[in-house]
Design a protein around this ligand. Sequence first.
Ligand SMILES: NC(=O)CCC(=O)C(=O)O
Length: 260
Amino acid sequence: MTLKLALMQIDVAFGEPETNEKKVKEFFRKLDKNIDTVVLPELWTTGYDLSRLEDIGDEEGQKAKQFLSELATEYNVHLIGGSIAKKSSAGVRNTMYVFNNEGALLKEYSKAHLFKLMNEEKYLIDDDKDGKFELAGEKSAGLICYDIRFPEWVRTQMLGDTTVLYVVAEWPAPRVDHWKTLLKARAIENQCYVVACNRVGADPNNEFGGHSIVYGPWGNVLAEGSDQEEIVYGEIDTSNVEEIRQQIPIFQDRRPDLYK
Ligand SMILES: NC(=O)CCC(=O)C(=O)O
């Protein structure tokens, strides 16, 4: 399966959901024709304005779901909707929504690993559900930023022939080298495509690194963004994954009996 991708590497206005919705709409107007799948970054509505999430978070994600579903339908694209701050009676979660090109919600995933360096554990609650879904006939998974530092969690998503891993992030500039290295390792060790969208710009506490990136299953870079706002375009063809997994049969050679 070939997929034409567009990673919307935007700057996120701190705590201003309406400004950010306008920005996303503006980016969609600039989108190339014949794109299959669009990816947005982490917490793209609010940014890391965590202390105000009770006010600016999205009740049950209703607003974001409607907004994303309409965009997916209007532009006839599958949409990895980054993540947003979803409020519920349990607390606020960092939640990704995935829509198909008919505007149907395919998946809701909430960040499993909270990042203490950016105070997530003070304002957010984690979740324990998997990130797996099927998009455009392709077994896929979606994870959020810090989640990629946990190869055992990523592996769980890749078991069962998952071929594409989508990652959405607000990853700070000083650790862009970690971002690229970790994503490359996840691609190589899982023999999968990794499609990762990071924001750019700054908030009061961090400068963000961009470098949204697409890796192939050999760890080869297929597309990479700069550190500026842009749409990063890439294309993947998943037809080689099975052959690579036969050549070096990592999934068959696993010894889960040892990994305790
Ligand atoms: N938003 C995040 O989860 C950031 C993770 C991060 O910066 C890291 O180094 O890990």
